[in-house]
Design a protein around this ligand. Structure first.
Ligand SMILES: *[C@@H]1O[C@H](CO)[C@@H](O)[C@H](O)[C@H]1NC(C)=O
Ligand SMILES: *[C@@H]1O[C@H](CO)[C@@H](O)[C@H](O)[C@H]1NC(C)=O
Ligand SMILES: *[C@@H]1O[C@H](CO)[C@@H](O)[C@H](O)[C@H]1NC(C)=O
Ligand SMILES: *[C@@H]1O[C@H](CO)[C@@H](O)[C@H](O)[C@H]1NC(C)=O
Length: 434
C-alpha cells in the first residue's frame, strides 16, 4: 500500500511539472502572438485604445468623494483612509488635515462602522508633515501646516468603517470625514493597475498652465497617455477649473479612458503650488494604496514619452521593478519644450529651452508608509532613469532670448520613432476619426 501511494505521488509530480512546462511554453508563445497582434492592431488607433477595455472592474478611486471640510476655524480635513492591522486586531484611520500652526490639534476621535451602525472611540494622534521651506504657508496672517491625523483602534468592531468623527475638545463639535477602504478582492481582472496618474488641474494663477487648461489640451493629454500605456487617472480639480462634462463623456464613453474626478475645493487661495502638491500627493498615495504599482503626480503640460509602450514587459518597468526596496522614487529627465499654439500635436513642437528651470518629476512606487512615517517622506530615496527609457516633455512658453535645441536630437532613433508613431496615432484620434 505504501509503495502504491509513493508511486501515485511520483506520477502526480511528473504530471504537474509537465503541465507547468507546457503551460509556460504556451504562455510564451501566446505573449509573442499578442505582441504581434498588438503591433498590427496599432494601425487602428481607436481599436488600440479600446482593445484594452476588457475589464469592468473599477478601483472606485473617487469613492467616497473627498472634500475640504471645516473641523473648526483653524483646521480643515480633506480625506480619510482605513487600514486594518495585519497581525493584531483593529486598525487605523489616517486623515489629511490642514491646520493653523499656532493652535494645538486638540481633538478626540470616533469611528462610525457601517456593519452595525455603531460608533466607537479610537485613540487620537497626529503628525505634522514636515518638509522644510514649504510646509508653512502664509494664508492671510495665519500660518498653516499639513497634518496627518490618526485614529487608532485595537478592537475589531466591524469590517466597514464608514466615517471618521473628529471631536473638537474645546467646542465639543463633531465633524465627519468619510473613510475610504477599497481593497482588491480575489477576483479575475482585479489586479493592481500598473501605473496611475494623479493629475493636478488646479489653477495657481501665475503660470502658463492656467491658459493651457482647455478642452483640446485635456483630450490630448489623456489620449496621449492612454496610447503610451497608462490606464488610470485621478483628476484633482478646483471648482473654477472643471473639466467640462462633454469632455469627460467623450473620453470615457468613446475612448474608455478611466477617469476619477475629485473636487479640490481648497479652503484658501491656491497660492502655494508646492503645498497643494504635497496634499495631492499624500491623498493620491493613500487613495491608490494597494491598487496600483506606480504613481506620478502631474500637471496638464507634463507629457510622458517612454521609449516603448508602458507594460510589464517594457524596459522602463523592468528596470524600476528590479531596483532595491529602499529606492521608491524615480527621477525622470525633463525638458521644457517651447509651445507654439499653431501646432496641434504637442510633440510637433521641436525646440526646448535650457534656460527654463524644471520642477523635478518622479515616478513613485506606491508603497505608502501608512504608519509611523510622514505622508510625504522627504527621505525617500530616488534614482535617475536614463533618457533611453523615458523622458518628460514639459510644454511651456519660452522667451526670445532663450537658448534653444531640438529635443529629438537628444534621443535614440528608436525612441524618436516611437514618439512619432504615437503622435501620428494621436493625430488620427483627435483630428481624423470623426
Ligand atoms: C462586464 O459587464 C457586462 C454587463 O454588466 C457583462 O456582460 C460582462 O460579462 C462583464 N465583463 C467582464 C469581463 O466582467
Ligand atoms: C490672478 O492674478 C491676477 C494678476 O496677478 C490678479 O489680478 C487676480 O486677482 C488673480 N486671481 C485670483 C483668482 O487670485
Ligand atoms: C468599455 O467600452 C464600453 C463601450 O464600448 C463602455 O460603455 C464601457 O464603459 C467601457 N468600460 C470601461 C471599463 O472602460
Ligand atoms: C487650447 O490651447 C492651445 C494652446 O495650448 C491652442 O492651440 C488651442 O487652440 C486651444 N483650444 C481651445 C479649444 O481653446
Amino acid at each position: 500500500m505504501r509503495k502504491y501511494q509513493q508511486l501515485i505521488l511520483v506520477i502526480i509530480s511528473i504530471t504537474s511539472i509537465s503541465i507547468f512546462l507546457v503551460y509556460r511554453s504556451e504562455n510564451e508563445r501566446l505573449n509573442h502572438v499578442l505582441n504581434v497582434i498588438n503591433f498590427f492592431g496599432q494601425k487602428d488607433a481607436i481599436n488600440l485604445v479600446k482593445i484594452e477595455n476588457y475589464s469592468n472592474f473599477s478601483y472606485k478611486f473617487d469613492y467616497p468623494l473627498p472634500s475640504w471640510t471645516n473641523l473648526n476655524n483653524e483646521f480643515y480635513g480633506y480625506s480619510a483612509f482605513w487600514r486594518k492591522n495585519d497581525l493584531i486586531k483593529g486598525g487605523e484611520v489616517v486623515a489629511i488635515v490642514l491646520g493653523s500652526i499656532h493652535s494645538a490639534a486638540s481633538f478626540q476621535c470616533k469611528i462610525h462602522f457601517a456593519d452595525d451602525d455603531s460608533i466607537r472611540y479610537g485613540k487620537f494622534g497626529f503628525m505634522r508633515i514636515e518638509e522644510t521651506d514649504i510646509s508653512e504657508t502664509e494664508v492671510g496672517s495665519e500660518k498653516y501646516v499639513i497634518y496627518k491625523f490618526l485614529c487608532k483602534t485595537q478592537v475589531d468592531y466591524g469590517q466597514q468603517p464608514k466615517n471618521l468623527i473628529l471631536i473638537n475638545t474645546q467646542t465639543k463639535s463633531e465633524h465627519y470625514l468619510p473613510i475610504r477602504h477599497v481593497t482588491i478582492k480575489n477576483r479575475m481582472n482585479m489586479d493592481k493597475s500598473l501605473m496611475t496618474i494623479c493629475l493636478d488641474l488646479n489653477s495657481y494663477n501665475r503660470s502658463f498652465t492656467d491658459d493651457f487648461i482647455n478642452d483640446t489640451n485635456l483630450i490630448q493629454y489623456f489620449l496621449h497617455h492612454e496610447l503610451v500605456g497608462i490606464r488610470q487617472y485621478i483628476v484633482y480639480q478646483s471648482n473654477t477649473n472643471q473639466m467640462h462634462q462633454h469632455v469627460v463623456d467623450l473620453l470615457s464613453n468613446k475612448y474608455g479612458v478611466r477617469l476619477s474626478l475629485l473636487p479640490y475645493n481648497f479652503p484658501f487661495a491656491l497660492s502655494s503650488k508646492e503645498k497643494n502638491r504635497m496634499i495631492i500627493e499624500a491623498d493620491c498615495m493613500l487613495r491608490t494604496s494597494g491598487l496600483t504599482k506606480f504613481v506620478t503626480i502631474s500637471s496638464l503640460n507634463d507629457f510622458i514619452y517612454p521609449a516603448q509602450k508602458i507594460s510589464l514587459q517594457s524596459s522602463l518597468i523592468k528596470i524600476i521593478s528590479r531596483t532595491s526596496n529602499e529606492i521608491n522614487r524615480f527621477l525622470i529627465s525633463t525638458k521644457a519644450v517651447c509651445i507654439d499654439s499653431h501646432r496641434k500635436i504637442h510633440s510637433d513642437n521641436e525646440k526646448y529651452s535650457v534656460d527654463v528651470k524644471n520642477r523635478r518629476f518622479y515616478l513613485e512606487k506606491n508603497e505608502y508608509p501608512f504608519n509611523n512615517r510622514e505622508v510625504n517622506d522627504a527621505t525617500k530615496k530616488a534614482i535617475e532613469i536614463d533618457t533611453d527609457h523615458i523622458v518628460l516633455l514639459k510644454y511651456t512658453k519660452c522667451l526670445k532670448k532663450d537658448d534653444l535645441y531640438n529635443w529629438r536630437t537628444t534621443l535614440k532613433e528608436k525612441h524618436v520613432e516611437y514618439i512619432n508613431f504615437i503622435s501620428q496615432e494621436l493625430n488620427k484620434l483627435m483630428f481624423l476619426s470623426q
